[in-house]
Design a protein. Structure first.
Length: 289
């Protein structure tokens, strides 16, 4: 292990804080990422009036330190996201996956979506708007969209559903802006009817799976990169168990379950990072792209 202690953050302090973040959020900080801890935690320390990392560690170890612990984890997470990110998975979901899934669920009239690491909500809200816009008949179905993130700050932002012009410009089609958003000063607020479609929870992905079952579409995008291989394998095993046999797993542009699990396969002819369990129905009843 490289000992690259910096002037402010001694190596033993780095190791302690890194272990705390791993225990709390399963997020891995590499040996050479002293700068990450220093730069992300400096504003937290300033706000808390904490002068040194040693003092911060002492505070984190106090019995009533949960709010500070959460602030530290919030500061470390990277929350990059935007509406309809990567476009293609959403197009395939709308044009191919959902029409066939809806057909298969026509009797039970129930659909369950899950979003792991939802950040400020653009990903689940993209799907909620799509459901309203393209599948209005589903309004009478039992729909559940569950979205979790470890960052309480992001979950509060997601629940608020209030976005800057910059965030709106990143991926939101103009017709959806006109139809589902209202201006509030310098921001745009998503209509309550769409906000109400998504149930947000502040929770680690590692802990949520015992509460889930029968998921039809599971988004796990741009989050596995923060975890070590053991956690990634563990999470994909959990995904395998909560996803319905004919459900779908949607991952990020550069991601695939194959590295951590043999239980999933790509859809025939697909390049949109949508996967299904190998135990799913034979090809004849499987979606064709
Ligand atoms: C880069 S964002 C991806 C957001 C969205 N999925 C997307 O692709 O646009 C990753 C999110 O994962 C969250 N995260 C990191 N570790 C987590 C954990 N252990 N449990 C739940 N969320 C976590 C971060 O707070 C962050 O908001």
């Amino acid at each position: 292990m490289m000992e690259t202690a910096s002037a402010n953050l001694a190596h033993d302090e780095f190791v302690t804080i890194r272990q705390f973040i791993y225990d709390k959020a399963s997020i891995v900080i590499e040996d050479d990422q002293h700068y990450l801890i220093e730069s992300r935690l400096a504003p937290v320390m300033e706000r808390e009036g904490v002068q040194t990392f040693r003092h911060l560690i002492q505070q984190l170890q106090q019995p009533a330190s949960e709010p500070l612990q959460n602030r530290v984890v919030n500061a470390i997470t990277t929350n990059e996201t935007y509406f309809f990110r990567d476009v293609k998975p959403f197009t395939v979901l709308r044009d191919k996956v959902l029409p066939q899934l809806i057909e298969r669920r026509r009797t039970e009239r129930q659909l369950r979506f899950f979003f792991g690491g939802c950040s400020s909500g653009q990903e689940p809200y993209s799907v909620a708007m799509m459901l309203r816009q393209s599948f209005p008949d589903l309004a009478t179905w039992d729909l559940k969209l569950i979205a979790v993130d470890i960052s309480g700050e992001m979950i509060r932002r997601a629940q608020e559903g209030c976005y800057t012009q910059f965030e709106i410009n990143r991926g939101l089609p103009a017709p959806l802006l006109v139809k589902y958003f209202e201006r509030q000063g310098l921001h745009w607020r998503l209509q309550q009817t769409i906000r109400d479609m998504v149930e947000f929870q502040e929770m680690s992905l590692v802990n949520i799976f015992s509460q889930l079952a029968d998921i039809d579409v599971l988004f796990l995008r741009n989050i596995l990169i923060y975890f070590d291989e053991k956690t990634r394998r563990h999470l994909l095993t959990r995904v395998e168990h909560v996803l319905r046999p004919d459900g779908y797993l949607i991952m990020g542009a550069a991601e695939a379950p194959i590295f951590y699990s043999t239980a999933f396969e790509t859809l025939p002819g697909d390049s949109s990072n949508i996967f299904c369990p190998k135990s799913s129905p034979p090809n004849s009843t499987r979606i064709k792209l």
